[in-house]
Design a protein around this ligand. Structure first.
Ligand SMILES: [Zn+2]
Length: 94
């Protein structure tokens, strides 16, 4: 994958690992969330983004529910799980 300017359409992405270099503008579920509220720029401009994707207390609460549903997981996975839950909070339900 080339430089971030070649694949980012929202203007806010930074280059991570090849599998993580995905722009919100190329993710249909995220685009759908943006279209619901008329955001045409970037998911970070969605009025609910900070509350459901960045607020650690919300992620902590969702993580507790996730554990109840799917069981315990290694402590080392907590940060990556929070990121996964943040994604689910934003785009997980149609
Ligand atoms: Zn982008």
């Amino acid at each position: 994958m080339g430089p971030v300017t070649e694949w980012c359409l929202c203007g806010n992405c930074t280059s991570l690992s090849p599998e993580e270099n995905v722009c919100c503008r190329e993710t249909p579920k995220v685009m759908h969330r943006c279209q619901q509220v008329g955001v045409n720029t970037c998911i970070t401009e969605h009025p609910g983004f900070e509350a459901v994707a960045l607020n650690p207390y919300v992620l902590q609460a969702v993580y507790g529910t996730y554990l109840q549903l799917f069981g315990d997981m290694p402590e080392t996975m907590v940060h990556s799980n929070y990121r996964h839950l943040a994604y689910r909070n934003v785009a997980g339900v149609p």
